[in-house]
Design a binder for this molecule. Structure first.
Ligand code: NAD
Length: 360
């Protein structure tokens, strides 16, 4: 198994292999960069069919977290851990406690959070061995209501402000009244985005493979329901992928009629080159790792036990960041993803930031 010569290796600071035969734990913790702060990232559990795939996921996802946190202006670096096991049958308190001991051995350089295959309860087992865990805490909001570690409401709010920023840039208007938005997937995030948009006078078109979720959006917001395979081709202003990755792919791209693509799903572009295609067709794409950062902002504030309202204000900055990205992309005739990467690097690579200061 190659590490330094892996195509996913990108000057990662630390890659730790964890093994405990007693509990069956086999895991990789990857810390990509800690220039801005400790590396926060999910602890994923998945039955990888090879060690190479597990390593590749840890390397790739930890790098993505560095960029995401930098763009969200958080004092955090990027990390990720993957446990090679089946969440349906391999979980035990002992295994997660052992994982907690490995996290503890990194002395706070890596902070574990919930990810696919792990639950808040699993994280609580990890937290029995280390305090370097995020997302198990609760917070009280400004109305005195107890809020859980569920990041979905904050993610949805970030997507909402992101859509507003995109509409402002594209159509030069600050309101959303009468704007048409197609939401793919009205689950935890998509439904909340729909509610916020509905309250602003948006006309909604929705799709979901889950009939109950679909009906809820139709009944509560008067949304128009369409078949899953036609949501991307609706005659709308904004297409908001809030289900799975790859919504923009070789099959769907030619049929997209929206001027804006802005949603919560991770990895919305099935391949990097599609961003350039969207750009050349004048379709404004809000990079997913910028617009869906509300969740990590929320997790960070809960962990730091900072006031709820501060976290909400920080999520609102997603709109400002996207506004800057859109403008720089337009000025430089580059894709928003390329500009977003550049801004992140200006923030987490001190030498690059210094070069830019000397250049101006
Ligand atoms: P979710 O599972 O609650 O909702 C997803 C919804 O999409 C479900 O209702 C599901 O039935 C529907 N769906 C699945 N396949 C579909 C298809 N082909 N067409 C239409 N609908 C389909 O998940 P979520 O927490 O709302 O997250 C949505 C997306 O946002 C995911 O890609 C997730 O990775 C990403 N994301 C979520 C958060 C968060 O805070 N929850 C943060 C960052 C990114």
């Amino acid at each position: 198994m190659a590490v330094f010569s892996s195509p996913d290796f990108d000057q990662h600071e630390k890659v730790v292999f964890c093994c405990d035969p007693d509990t069956g734990l086999r895991a990789v913790i990857a810390i990509h960069n800690t220039n801005l702060g400790p590396a926060l990232g999910g602890c994923r559990m998945y039955p990888y069919i090879s060690d190479d795939l597990a390593l590749s996921d840890a390397l790739r996802l930890s790098r993505a977290m560095t960029y995401k946190s930098a763009l969200a202006n958080l004092p955090l670096g990027g990390g990720k851990s993957v446990i090679i096991a089946d969440p349906a049958k391999d979980k035990s308190a002992a295994l997660f406690r052992e994982m907690g001991r490995f996290v503890e051995s990194l002395a706070g350089n890596y902070i574990a959070a919930q990810d696919s295959g792990t639950s808040v309860q699993d994280l609580q087992h990890i937290a029995a061995e280390t305090r370097h865990v995020a997302g198990t805490q609760q917070a009280v909001d400004d109305c005195g209501k107890t809020r859980s570690g569920d990041p979905s409401p904050a993610t949805a709010y970030g997507v909402f402000v992101g859509i507003k920023a995109a509409v402002k840039h594209c159509f030069n208007r600050s309101d959303l009244d009468g704007v048409k938005v197609a939401i793919q997937g009205v689950g935890n995030v998509g439904f909340r985005v729909a509610r916020r948009l509905h309250n602003e006078g948006v006309r909604l078109v929705v799709s979901d493979v889950n009939e109950a979720s679909l009906l809820r959006a139709v009944n509560e917001f008067g949304a128009q329901a369409v078949e899953c395979d036609s949501i991307h081709s609706q005659d709308v202003d904004v297409f908001a992928p809030c289900a799975l990755g790859g919504a923009v792919n070789d099959t769907t791209i030619d049929a997209i009629r929206a001027r804006i693509i802005a949603g919560s799903a991770n990895n919305q572009l099935a391949s990097v080159g599609l961003g350039q295609v969207l750009h050349s067709r004048g379709i404004l794409y809000a990079p997913d790792f910028v617009i869906n950062a509300g969740g990590i902002i929320h997790v960070h504030y809960m962990r730091s036990q900072r006031p709820w309202q501060e976290s909400v204000q920080h999520v609102e900055e997603i709109g400002l960041t996207l506004g800057e990205i859109f403008q720089r992309a337009e000025d430089a005739d580059k894709t928003p993803e390329a500009i977003a990467d550049r801004i992140a690097e200006e923030r987490f690579k001190p030498s690059l930031a210094a070069d830019i200061r000397f250049a101006v």
